[in-house]
Design a binder for this molecule. Structure first.
Ligand code: GLU
Length: 263
């Protein structure tokens, strides 16, 4: 009982000053302290990316590698009562949503880059991807050299869009809002190829056998979990938890479940 009262008092102390300054957001408070008080971590995840974060309309639950890693990390950080809350992000919205305090962390196929490090802090690498191309099996495109003057589909706010502009300046890049729109555009011939990380494209190709990956990988895309600047305690807790799930076999289990079968 006393413990409960202390917890309530502590959470009031945490929330009241924020309410006073009119900017009551997760971004301003100590994320780890709040997470421990509420038993919740708010994770920004993809909802449209098979293998990593995909909403299952039948169950109403989002599923994938990023989702299971987030659940495992939440249990490590908060214990068995800890609850991972999932909020949808896209490549374009994930940093603004973190900055605005809608989420505590981003775990959403996000590459660690120096540019992004100016805005957010990243965990250790938890997945190694590389950029590739997806085309119809009948397409003459076999590598990025064949993209000159061609229409290439990519997603706004992704490294893929930026990398391909640099790699093939003469290509016409069409940027879509998210990965489901991007693949729909490819299927309806609005582009000659689609580009993003191999792991994301493999998820699409595994469901649509008329499409395949070509050209190998032409960039390194190390995925990290992003937290707001100034959330050092949460970042350390995430890195410690990542280490633990690597050591106890949980990471390997999740990897085998989502990625093992498609590579
Ligand atoms: N990993 C790349 C990125 O962080 C592409 C995947 C994505 O758009 O999330 O931009």
């Amino acid at each position: 009982m006393l413990k409960k009262l202390i917890l309530i008092a502590a959470s009031l102390l945490l929330v009241l000053p924020l309410a006073g300054c009119g900017k009551n957001s997760l971004a301003d408070s100590d994320a780890l302290t709040r997470a421990k008080l509420t038993n919740q971590i708010f994770w920004g995840v993809k909802y449209d990316t098979r293998l990593f974060g995909l909403m299952d309309v039948k169950t109403g639950e989002v599923q994938g590698f990023d989702i299971d890693i987030a659940k495992a990390l939440t249990k490590e950080i908060l214990g068995s009562k800890g609850h991972a809350v999932f909020i949808e992000v896209t490549s374009k919205t994930r940093i603004p949503l973190l900055k605005n305090g809608n989420i505590d962390a981003i775990i959403a196929t996000m590459t660690i880059t120096d540019e992004r490090k100016k805005q957010v802090d990243f965990s250790d690498v938890y997945f190694a991807a590389g950029q590739s191309l997806l085309v119809k099996k009948t397409s003459p495109i076999k590598s990025i050299e064949d993209l000159k003057g061609k229409r290439v589909l990519a997603v706004k706010g992704s490294t893929s869009a930026e990398n391909i502009k640099k790699a093939v300046p003469s290509a016409h890049i069409l940027e879509l809002e998210n990965y489901s729109e991007c693949f729909t555009a490819l299927k309806s011939n609005q582009g000659d190829a689609m580009t993003t990380d191999n792991a994301i494209l493999l998820g699409m190709a595994s469901q649509n056998h008329n499409y395949h990956l070509v050209g190998g990988t032409f960039t390194d895309e190390p995925y990290g979990i992003a937290v707001n600047k100034g959330q050092q305690d949460l970042l350390e807790a995430i890195n410690d938890a990542l280490k633990t799930i690597h050591e106890n076999g949980e990471y390997d289990k999740i990897y085998a479940k989502w990625i093992g079968g498609v590579k």
